[in-house]
Design a protein. Structure first.
Ligand SMILES: CC(C)(COP(=O)(O)OP(=O)(O)OC[C@H]1O[C@@H](n2cnc3c(N)ncnc32)[C@H](O)[C@@H]1OP(=O)(O)O)[C@@H](O)C(=O)NCCC(=O)NCCS
Length: 273
């Protein structure tokens, strides 16, 4: 595991366990959430609210610090990460109603949250956190490319390598996507001597995408930073797929429209989009 933290990237990031946040008394939703966010909060399943709120608070702590605001401004920050159909989109940040030019990414998984934020021009950030856990042998065959499966086979700890590859895939997706659905096999992670390279939907991002991966508190964390002035504009996303599935798919949110996105839980359970 590469223990190097992403201090060399032009992003601020923060990781916390939800237990630690609870202990510090931070997750007081009323104090942190904007009105729109409280409406979203109310639509979530009760069991998911704590995790979702922790992600919002962690992100807002980064934004407050970066923008030189005080904690009392937290409710003036509104983070939108769903479109009108309830599908996950790249988070947008508005402060006192004005959308600010920035890139924010949030991930929550099994008791931990990770967020990264930047206002650097042309930079898009994506993060993912995955709890270290065992995987069924079929998992990598189903969701990984041939090259990624080879990296799992060659590794000393297969489960850890699966966590690492998965975390990097999602981080790259969140940084590089233009709101097309997450398709795990269309993001490929390659091991290179000094780190990792990736291809997104057939486009080799080469040194336009920098990836860092590290382990904290039994969670694998990944940050991907894409220079989107040179990369995202060239991406050609696959056409949006329509589906009629209506069960809870997008981060515990039940979309009224019946359009669907898939969460890590769906993939881990083996549901095929
Ligand atoms: C990206 C995705 C796989 C992550 O699921 P997950 O691993 O279960 O959850 P994580 O905690 O790691 O990440 C969730 C966060 O990713 C962010 N996110 C969701 N969709 C995103 C997207 N398209 N691009 C960038 N970030 C996205 C959100 O901030 C979300 O957290 P929030 O709801 O608290 O704001 C899932 O959210 C997804 O499939 N999103 C795409 C949905 C879609 O098809 N959108 C197309 C809209 S046209």
């Amino acid at each position: 595991m590469n223990a190097e933290l992403p201090a060399d990237l032009p992003v601020a990031w923060q990781f916390a366990t939800i237990t630690d946040m609870d202990r510090s008394g931070v997750p007081d939703a009323a104090r942190w959430l904007a009105d729109d966010e409280r409406a979203t909060w109310a639509s979530l399943r009760a069991t998911y609210r704590r995790e979702w709120t922790a992600g919002r608070i962690l992100a807002k702590q980064l934004i407050l610090q970066h923008q030189g605001l005080s904690p009392s401004d937290a409710r003036a920050i509104n983070i939108t990460s769903r479109d009108s159909h309830g599908r996950g989109i790249r988070p947008r940040v508005a402060i006192h109603g004005d959308v600010i030019p920035c890139s924010l990414s949030i991930s929550h998984a099994d008791g931990a949250v990770l967020a990264a934020f930047t206002t650097a021009g042309g930079v898009s950030v994506g993060v993912d956190v995955v709890r270290r856990q065992p995987f069924a042998p079929a998992f990598s065959r189903r969701w990984f490319t041939e090259l990624e499966q080879e990296s799992v086979t060659a590794s000393e700890d297969h489960d850890l390598e699966i966590c690492r590859v998965w975390a990097m895939k999602e981080a790259v997706y969140k940084a590089a996507c233009q709101d097309e659905p997450f398709a795990p096999r269309l993001t490929e992670i390659r091991n290179v001597p000094n780190g990792h390279r990736c291809a997104y939907r057939g486009l080799d991002l080469a040194d336009r995408c920098r990836i860092r991966i590290w382990l904290i508190d039994n969670h694998v964390c990944s940050v991907a930073v894409v220079n989107d002035t040179t990369a995202r504009v060239q991406l050609r996303p696959a056409p949006a797929r329509r589906t009629t599935r209506t069960r809870c798919l997008t981060n515990e949110f039940v979309p009224e429209s019946g359009t669907a996105a898939y969460t890590t839980t769906d993939y881990l359970r083996g549901d095929k989009p």
